[in-house]
Write a protein that binds this ligand. Structure first.
Ligand SMILES: Nc1nc2c(ncn2[C@@H]2O[C@H](COP(=O)(O)OP(=O)(O)OP(=O)(O)O)[C@@H](O)[C@H]2O)c(=O)[nH]1
Ligand SMILES: [Mg+2]
Length: 360
């Protein structure tokens, strides 16, 4: 999954990126345009370690999260507006989720913190970017309708209706992800890769001391904060810890009363907010975790492995991870009747170990 880090200028996005990816790239000065940075982190999964001991595979493949940090817009530090429509828009559009960094650390240059104001401003920016996209789409569709032959209209009209509906709801303050759209309307929206259609995780970047804000305490309207994920981290401290040897970092965390590294917390909140689960595949060749949305049909889960798998899908043999560990092998699981045979529509659960039977 790709997660783009967004936030107001100088909110600590690059510092958070470094904390999450243990990157060695120094936070750039305000306004200086740095490169786009990408960092990949493995999603630690103890189940894979246990399966590795059982299967002794040639390789183990963990689920991954890719974090993206964008350079500040030219002159960015000077004015507060973050341009979400600039030349890196495609990265934001391609992301599976947005990590929205909100400054909660004191900074003499930037004045008093105001997380509620900053968060509202960013959410507003996202909505404005989407409104622009939808207005352009509405215009184009209207034009196409005018020029269309009668036979072409039935395809265009529902699209135009869906765009209008989403735009109206967005104007009344409801993010696209939270809108009540029919499955076909949602499908029509998918083409536009709308930013407010993505899961958003708010990362409060707190100071080394002092009170950490919470979404529920910001006094923002529930329609604005509903459905947002939240996590608190002290990016500067965590970025320092991320560069230390693991043991040393652990000692520091213990001393500071931090039970878990920022990256572990952020990963979990991202998984929860996006609604991701992992199904597992096993074998002598490879033991692997596959991140997929919760409850996706077995057919689509097969497609996540290889697009050919959707065409040749026969059935899925499924066993719960716990049952496999208890039985010791798929064959034993079959004997005990806990290895089930499932069809295309079976909703995949976290911890399902799946063997797809494919006709190639
Ligand atoms: N005290 C404190 N300072 C921080 C923290 N995180 C970031 N900073 C400082 O805030 C300034 C901006 O941090 P960056 O990580 O560059 O922020 P940014 O959002 O990437 O900035 P732009 O890319 O220019 O928009 C730097 O001077 C950081 O050292 C934090 O958790 N605590
Ligand atoms: Mg930066």
């Amino acid at each position: 999954m790709d997660i783009a880090i967004i936030g107001l200028p100088q909110s600590g996005k690059t510092t958070a990126f470094n904390a999450l990816t243990a990157g060695h790239y120094a936070a750039a000065d305000a306004g200086s345009a740095g490169p786009v940075q990408v960092g990949v982190v493995k999603v630690i999964d103890p189940r894979l370690d246990a399966l590795e001991r059982m299967y002794l595979p040639r390789k183990v493949v963990y689920a991954e999260i890719k974090f993206w940090d964008l350079p500040p817009a030219p002159g960015g530090g000077a004015h507060r507006r973050q341009t979400l429509t600039g030349r890196h828009r495609n990265i934001l559009q391609g992301a599976g989720a947005l990590l929205l960094v909100v400054r909660a650390f004191e900074d003499a240059l930037q004045g008093p913190t105001d997380p509620a104001r900053d968060l509202a401003e960013m959410l507003n920016e996202l909505a404005l970017a989407d409104l622009e996209t939808l207005e352009r789409a509405e215009f184009r569709l209207g034009d196409a309708l005018k020029k269309s032959r009668p036979a072409e209209r039935p395809a265009l009209l529902p699209q135009a209706d869906a765009v209008r509906k989403a735009k109206d709801a967005l104007e009344s303050g409801i993010r696209v992800r939270r809108q009540e759209l029919t499955p076909s309307e949602r499908a029509a929206m998918a083409d536009y890769q709308l930013l407010t259609g993505k899961p958003i995780i708010v990362a409060f970047n707190t100071g080394e001391s002092g009170e950490a804000p919470a979404l529920s305490g910001l006094g923002l309207p529930p329609e604005m904060t509903g459905g947002l994920g939240e996590v608190r981290l002290c990016a500067r401290l965590e970025a320092d810890l991320a560069l230390m040897p693991e043991e040393e970092a652990e000692e520091f965390r213990d001393a500071l009363g931090i039970s878990e590294s920022a990256v572990e917390r952020v990963k979990r909140v991202c998984y929860d907010t996006v609604g991701l689960v992992s199904f597992l595949t096993v074998g002598e060749d490879e033991v692997r975790a596959w991140p997929v949305p919760y409850g996706i049909p077995a057919l689509d889960a097969a497609g996540a492995i290889h697009s050919d798998f959707t065409r040749g899908f026969i059935r899925a043999e499924v066993i719960r991870y716990e049952d496999l560990m208890r039985c010791g092998s798929l064959a034993q699981g079959r004997k005990e009747g806990v290895l089930r045979s499932e069809g295309k529509t079976y909703p995949v659960q976290d911890g399902d170990v799946i063997n797809f039977l494919i006709n190639v």
